[in-house]
Design a protein around this ligand. Structure first.
Ligand SMILES: Nc1ncnc2c1ncn2[C@@H]1O[C@H](COP(=O)(O)OP(=O)(O)O)[C@@H](O)[C@H]1O
Ligand SMILES: [Mg+2]
Length: 251
């Protein structure tokens, strides 16, 4: 999506982003910069600060220092729903769904109750998009089932469909979307990411340990270690970094 970047061309840019938990610096002076239309991977050993970063970017945590900019606009003091209203969606590692509501209702709910910027969308349009997205993630046949009946992988697909209802969606933050998910569903998630990236120009930041998948999805990967950004580049460039070799490839 050209024209969606800030003055210096980034859709998402953090500067000196820092989050402490007591004496622990979970995110340490992090500079992260993502271009509009990118599919960026974010990797690093357990405890390196990836989830904390996603929680900062989505407004769940308040940064202790530093800045977060979306298309140049500071968003680091905004609340989660205000960040969502600027076109940022996210998934959680542990799905947060309304278990007794139907699959379709889970997808519709944020669009119908959430804060929208600008004119409200016609309900017919919202429902049509919900159905299209459920079809895309192969859940349309389950749309009347209570969400609690879905498998873990299907729940992730539902979180993804729900995130894509953010209007207009610009940046999708995904925290371990492939973890503990059946290979067929991994393929569906991958296809959904690529499709939304190509057709709607959605930018993705994907936290994952699945190196084979990231190699296929991401042109660039950022590597965190102990809260810091220690490497960034193509998959091949970062794959030879000592921390990556040790954490992912067992060498
Ligand atoms: N809410 C919290 N309270 C205290 N410590 C936390 C909290 N969330 C994360 N941490 C700590 O911050 C560090 C980074 O955690 P996290 O961002 O979850 O890492 P990752 O997602 O890369 O595995 C870890 O040492 C973790 O124990
Ligand atoms: Mg994590």
């Amino acid at each position: 999506m050209t024209g969606d970047g800030g003055a210096n061309g980034w859709l998402l840019e953090t500067r000196r982003l820092t989050k402490r938990f007591g004496g622990l610096v979970a995110v340490d002076d992090l500079p992260l910069a993502v271009r509009p239309g990118e599919v960026r991977g974010l990797i690093g050993p357990n405890g390196s600060g990836k989830t904390t970063t996603v929680n900062l970017l989505s407004g769940l945590y308040r940064a202790d220092a530093g800045e977060i900019r979306l298309s140049g606009e500071r968003i680091d003091r905004l609340r989660p729903h205000e960040i969502t209203a600027r076109g940022v969606a996210r998934t959680f590692q542990t799905p947060k769904l309304f278990g007794s509501m139907s699959v379709l209702e889970n997808v519709l709910l944020p669009a119908l109750t959430g804060p929208a910027r600008g004119a409200p969308r016609p309900i017919g349009e919202v429902r049509a998009r919900a159905r299209r997205l459920l079809e895309l993630v192969t859940l349309d046949g389950h749309r009347h089932a209570p969400a609690k009946e879905l498998s873990g992988g299907q729940s992730m697909l539902l979180q993804i469909a729900r995130g894509l209802m953010v209007h207009p969606i610009r940046l999708f933050l995904m925290d371990e979307p492939f973890a503990g998910v059946h290979p067929t569903i991994k393929d569906t998630i991958m296809e959904t990411i690529l499709r939304m990236n190509r057709t709607e120009g959605v930018t993705f930041l994907i936290v994952s340990h699945e190196m084979a998948i990231l190699r296929r999805l991401c042109r660039r990967v950022s590597v965190m270690h102990e809260g810091r950004l220690i490497a960034e580049g193509s998959f091949e460039e970062v794959a030879n970094h000592a921390v990556v070799l040790e954490a992912y490839l067992g060498r």
